[in-house]
Design a protein around this ligand. Structure first.
Ligand SMILES: [Fe+2]
Length: 247
């Protein structure tokens, strides 16, 4: 069983997650994958308009999931399989963070991301598709702390924040997101104003429980042509969300 490098409130970090050779093969996979700019088809509002434009690859599912007829399911015969297979082995040991497969989540998806210099992801909470937790694995081969790209995790208290609903024409009330108005998020983050930073150290895996507000700092100018390359995804069950909203 892989030794934990650091455990904090709602998250765990493992270093040397894959063997050196497999780390390299996952990096080679990202280089060979077809990537799109995240906003290629439409504005993906998880990214603020000031976040620059990272790139992503297609999501691959860890397990078959009937409602999803589009996504390719593991094994994919691509280098990302090396990562997915290790994460499938690890998941049952992280139930206190992400819950139990088959009960709290049905599958995880994994997709490649590239953050070039000038790109990041503002403070947010993962609240889509009934996500029980998220992970990030750093596939780039080298990193320098001067290059930025840190993963910041706010205080565990932010998990309790209730998202406000706004009224739409016709009377419907719903949560609109914080992409254009983050007043409520701002207040919660500033109430403690202290949290954790995790550097994107090569071959490092982080798993975080859902609900804690977090962000990715922009990759600095100093990174030049080096990129922050990761495999990221959620442990989720979108059908569970549908069931909840029907009740
Ligand atoms: Fe996130």
């Amino acid at each position: 069983m892989l030794k934990i490098t650091q455990e904090g409130p709602g998250f765990i970090v493992w270093d040397d997650f894959l063997s050196k050779e497999n780390h390299r093969l996952v990096w080679n996979y990202i280089q060979s994958e077809t990537l799109e700019f995240v906003h290629q088809k439409k504005w993906v509002k998880a990214f603020r308009l000031t976040d620059g434009e990272p790139l992503w690859g297609p999501p691959y599912l860890s397990d078959p999931y009937t409602p999803d007829i589009k996504s390719i399911v593991y094994p994919t015969k691509k280098g990302i399989d090396l990562f997915i297979s290790e994460l499938k082995n690890l998941a049952p040991h992280c139930e206190h963070i992400i819950g139990k497969q088959g009960q709290d989540w049905a599958y995880f998806f994994a997709r490649a991301y590239i953050y070039p210099k000038g790109t990041g992801l503002s403070w947010h909470r993962d609240n889509e598709n009934s996500a029980q937790g998220a992970f990030v694995y750093y596939a780039h081969q080298e990193w320098d702390p001067q290059w930025g790209g840190e993963f910041l995790i706010s205080s565990y208290e932010t998990q309790k924040l209730k998202y406000p609903e706004s009224e739409l024409y016709g009377g419907e009330k719903k949560y609109l997101g914080s992409h254009l108005d983050n007043t409520f998020e701002k207040e919660t983050l500033l109430s403690s104003g202290i949290g954790t930073y995790i550097m994107p150290k090569p071959n490092r895996l982080i798993i975080i429980t859902s609900g804690i507000i977090h962000c990715i700092k922009k990759v600095e100018e100093a990174a030049g042509n080096k990129v922050r390359a990761s495999i990221t995804g959620f442990f989720q069950d979108p059908a569970m969300l549908l069931k909840k909203s029907e009740n």
